[in-house]
Design a protein around this ligand. Structure first.
Ligand code: FES
Length: 63
């Protein structure tokens, strides 16, 4: 399932990025290239919730 429509990023890519970059939502967004001018910012802003959704963080943590 896609969690970022702008960049075509899937749940599995978020999980892989979390395995590399840890569970910091901002670090994950940075690792996935979600801070450039081509991004709408929605998924980076919601990365804490997305990480909870994909099972990398307890619900409510880092949101
Ligand atoms: S939905 Fe991810 S940058 Fe727009």
């Amino acid at each position: 399932m896609f969690v970022c429509i702008c960049k075509g990023i899937t749940e599995s890519r978020v999980q892989a990025a979390a395995a590399q970059a840890g569970v910091n939502p901002d670090a994950i967004a940075q690792a996935l290239g979600l801070h450039d001018n081509e991004c709408c910012g929605r998924c980076a802003r919601d990365m804490g919730r997305i990480m909870s959704y994909v099972g990398r963080m307890p619900a409510g943590a880092g949101a």
